[in-house]
Design a protein around this ligand. Structure first.
Ligand SMILES: Nc1ncnc2c1ncn2[C@@H]1O[C@H](COP(=O)(O)OP(=O)(O)OP(=O)(O)O)[C@@H](O)[C@H]1O
Ligand SMILES: [Mg+2]
Length: 366
């Protein structure tokens, strides 16, 4: 799904090989003005390579990079109007904070007074007021991250490129800096590509995620699209836990908007919101643990319910987690906010009810 805003950046059929290894196999995407798009995927899937191609630090084997309507594929990094913050920050350790932040402005021959004013403005933006005279080696990791961000923003690039900007920070600081980067990005409306291998970080900071795996885009979409409407099995398992349940479509009732699926444990009726699903299809239901309801076993066969036995249970206050076994299959069920409600013990017989709005993946027939 592409956004309706005009594209600030467009990637057209990007391929990249290192020797005989095809790392990127035809990446096409549009990034809207003011959008924060995350490249996310497992280690080694090509995120940094793709970001470096956008920034001009690596050349694509084929394909084009279009920035604000202009083909920049063959321009060097300093001619691109993009700015990259490297994972290592790449700050100049022998210079002060102010000199680092004002470095690009000096290269552009800005007058000294104007540089000072702009640097002050940028330091305020990243909450480093008063630290301009500090040397880089006397800053914490989080402060260095802020300097790198301020330096990248100094010349108002059209696209900001951030490669794993939070990976050197401890867990608490990661969350603080993530929110700050998002705040600054939204305030300045700067089009941004953020690279991370952390799915949760990607979900929480992005307008949209571009999920890379095996050299291709598995899905581009909002956090809601990725979680609630995954395009395939890889994406379904990419964020959060998922119970997969195989079945076959028995019938599709367009009139009452229902689809019936038979499974080895019984029949389920789902909302028919996916028009690509037809009678006879082999499907995989994507059942999130927190969407399933658990109730006492009563032996009645009711709609979308299966009877099973609690295999294990864990109580963590805000969450009760159960593993329920049916035949050879296990299903993980998360019951949030279990305070005051019925708890189930190991070996207890229970009824598990699947919601009607389960997302369904069509299995490929080869
Ligand atoms: N200059 C290079 N020469 C040869 N192979 C390379 C080069 N740069 C990257 N690769 C290979 O390309 C693949 C993608 O690398 P890349 O650094 O883009 O991955 P990544 O998704 O950023 O991974 P990570 O999450 O670990 O940072 C890897 O298999 C890597 O070994
Ligand atoms: Mg990388």
């Amino acid at each position: 799904m592409e956004t309706s805003k005009p594209a600030m950046l467009e990637l057209q059929g990007i391929h990249k090989s290192f020797g005989s290894v095809d790392v990127l196999k035809g990446i096409s995407a549009q990034i809207a003005k003011g959008e924060l798009l995350t490249f996310v995927g497992p280690s080694g899937c090509g995120k940094t390579t793709l970001l470096r191609i956008v920034g001009g630090f690596t050349s694509a084997t084929s394909g084009r990079v279009i920035l604000d309507g202009e083909d920049i594929s063959n321009l060097p990094p300093n001619m691109r109007n993009t700015k990259m913050v490297f994972q290592s920050y790449a700050l100049f350790p022998h210079m002060t904070v102010a000199k680092n932040v004002g470095f690009g402005l000096k290269l552009q021959k800005w007058p000294q007074k104007k540089i000072e004013t702009r640097v002050e403005e940028l330091l305020a933006l990243v909450h480093l007021e008063g630290l301009g005279h500090r040397s880089i080696d006397r800053l914490s990791g989080g402060q260095q991250q802020r300097v790198a961000l301020a330096r990248a923003l100094a010349l108002e690039p059209k696209v900001l490129l951030l490669d794993e900007p939070l990976s050197n920070l401890d867990a608490n600081l990661r969350v603080v800096m993530r929110e700050e980067i998002r705040n600054i990005q939204e305030r300045l409306q700067v089009t941004t590509i953020f690279v991370t291998h952390d799915q949760y970080e990607a979900m929480s900071i992005s307008d949209r995620l571009l999920v890379l795996h095996q050299g291709v885009i598995q899905q581009i979409g909002s956090p809601v699209d990725i979680y609630e409407r995954p395009a395939n099995e890889f994406i379904a398992g990419f964020v959060g836990y998922v119970n997969f349940l195989e079945g076959q479509v028995d019938s599709v009732q367009n009139g009452c908007d229902s689809v019936w699926i038979s499974t080895e444990f019984g029949r389920v009726e789902l909302d028919h919101h996916q028009k690509d699903i037809a009678k006879g299809d082999n499907v995989l239901m994507v059942i999130r643990p927190e969407t399933v309801t658990l109730s006492p076993w009563n032996g009645d066969e009711s709609q979308n319910s299966f009877h099973g036995t609690v295999q294990s249970q864990m109580y963590a206050g805000n969450l009760a987690k159960y593993t329920v076994k049916f035949g050879q299959k296990e299903m993980v069920i998360d019951h949030y906010n279990p305070m005051g409600s019925r708890k189930y013990g190991k070996s207890e017989k229970v009824k598990v009810t699947i919601p009607r709005n389960v997302h369904v993946l069509k299995r490929k027939t080869d």
